[in-house]
Design a protein around this ligand. Structure first.
Ligand SMILES: [Fe+2]
Ligand SMILES: [Fe+2]
Length: 150
């Protein structure tokens, strides 16, 4: 059975590839591909993964740092949504976004996942995985049908 770590790791790799692509072509279309992957990924982690870890004594600070890193990425994404790819500041913002997300992914895999593995048993890691898959399914459904994401 899949664990939450496998799923998130696969998505990290996809996000990294999309960021590389975006930096290469500098297009807004490529930026939106990053956003479409990163938005539900962060939301799912914040709803289903981080709250479980926050309960664990000693992980509070690590998780609060992860939230801050998400907020940094979200702010950059928000700023870039209203920019055009021909804008002067676009390439800088794009490379800032790449740096910010790459750094967070690295932290998450090397620290957050490592700690989580120490504290959560296999069953719990599989249970969160199922919840995450379900969340993603309904999120993507809502995107397709244009219903609001609640
Ligand atoms: Fe992640
Ligand atoms: Fe994250």
């Amino acid at each position: 059975m899949e664990t939450i770590y496998n799923i998130l790791k696969t998505e990290h790799d996809q996000i990294s590839d999309l960021l590389r692509q975006a930096l290469q072509d500098g297009s807004k279309v490529s930026f939106f591909k990053v956003k479409l992957k990163a938005d539900p990924h962060m939301m799912g982690e914040e709803r289903l993964f981080y709250p479980v870890l926050e309960e664990i004594k000693g992980l509070r600070e690590l998780i609060s740092k992860a939230y801050k890193e998400h907020n940094e990425a979200k702010t950059l994404i928000f700023e870039m949504e209203v920019m055009e790819e021909r804008d002067e500041g676009w390439p800088t913002k794009l490379s800032e976004l790449k740096q910010s997300i790459d750094r967070h992914i690295e932290e998450e895999e090397s620290k957050v996942f490592k700690e989580a593995r120490n504290f959560l048993n296999q069953e719990k890691a599989e249970e969160i995985a199922q919840q995450y898959i379900e969340f993603k399914r309904s999120y993507m459904n809502r995107i397709e049908t244009g219903r609001p994401i609640t």
